[in-house]
Structure formats: structure tokens, C-alpha cells
Design a protein around this ligand. Sequence first.
Ligand SMILES: [Zn+2]
Length: 218
Amino acid sequence: MNAGGLNAGDAALQRSFPTVMVPRREPGPPMQSAGERLLIGENGVFIEIDLPWLSVVRRVAHYTVPTAIPYGRVVESTVLRCGTVPPELIGDFVAMARAAHPLETGAWIVWNVETKQFRLAPVRVLSQGTGTLKYERPELFAGELRVIDCHSHGAHPAFFSSTDDEDDRQETKFAFVVGNCASSVPSMAMRLCAKGIFEDVERVPSSWYAAAKLKEAA
Ligand SMILES: [Zn+2]
């Protein structure tokens, strides 16, 4: 709760990003609406991000002093509310990446919260090179949310560059890169980006490689 008389600007900021003292003897209060909050637990400080397609809890700070904090334990969690992304859409993006090779390109895989359907939405490319891509976000229909931000690396391998880190720092999404785009089996890298937290996905699903495999010309 805000102290009475807090100025309007800080009051609005605190409403948009509240802090919860995690109870020991019962579950913490659910989030009132989509967004973010801090959870203070006995085992550290955590960020909780709750979106229609994703819920994530991650520790963002440890205590540096072994002092007793009379709150409950927080457990990190990930819930992919949108379900599994169809591998065919990865295949479709790889086809786009091959067509653009050796230039980079990009697209979003979006999920419609009303219809529960996924779709590949190409970005509006402003300029593209063999190591650069400038783009505008795709136009989305009502109810569509970005789940995976895809881009390609042309002839270069798939990895997350320092430019990618800079681009991804503020956002909550999966980031996906396709590289070696002329190869029949391109390289792929994926990570979860959650407000500055980057977690590499160790193994991209094998169904994605299958969907990306270049079909032999008949
Ligand atoms: Zn990149």
C-alpha cells in the first residue's frame, strides 16, 4: 500500500510495479492485472511477470547479509500459457530467412489471446544488410501478442550478439535466431528474455530442425 499523500507520479509508478511481502502460511495474493511486480521472500527478491501468454518468476537479487527475513519462500516458475508453438511456423520463418540470405530478416510469431491461434507476422524491414537489420514491429490484429521475436543471421551462425542483447534487454519474449541460412539444416539459437534476464534454451526442439530442413528438390 502506498503511504497517504504520495505524489501522483510515484503513486502511478508503484501501482504499475508493486512489491509484495510473500506470506509464510498461505499463498501470496494473485496479481490484479497483467504486468510485473516484485516479490520479497526469505530467499531473496524476485520479479514476477504475468502476461496472458506467459507467467515467469525469477530471482533478481540475493541478500548479502544472513539476516532473518520473516517472509515465505519464493519458488522460480515458468508457465507457457499459450501452449506449444507450431513447428510449421518455425519452418515458415526459416524459408523467409533462406529467401533473404545473405541479408538478415525478421518476423514475430504471435498468439491471439481470443482465438488461441499462432501466426507468423513478418516485420516491416527498414534496412537490411549481411550483419544488420532495422525494422518496425509488424502490424498486429486485436488480441495478438508477440511470443517469439525471430531474426536471421544470413551466412553467419545463430547466436545472440551484443546488439541483440541491447535490443532484448527491456522486453519479455522468446528471441530466436536462425543462422547459416544457406545450409540444408541451419543453425538455431533461442532464449527467454524477461526484463533483462536472458536464459538460453539449451536445446531447440528437434521438431523445429525437422520443420527447417530444406526439402530436397524433386
Ligand atoms: Zn542477431
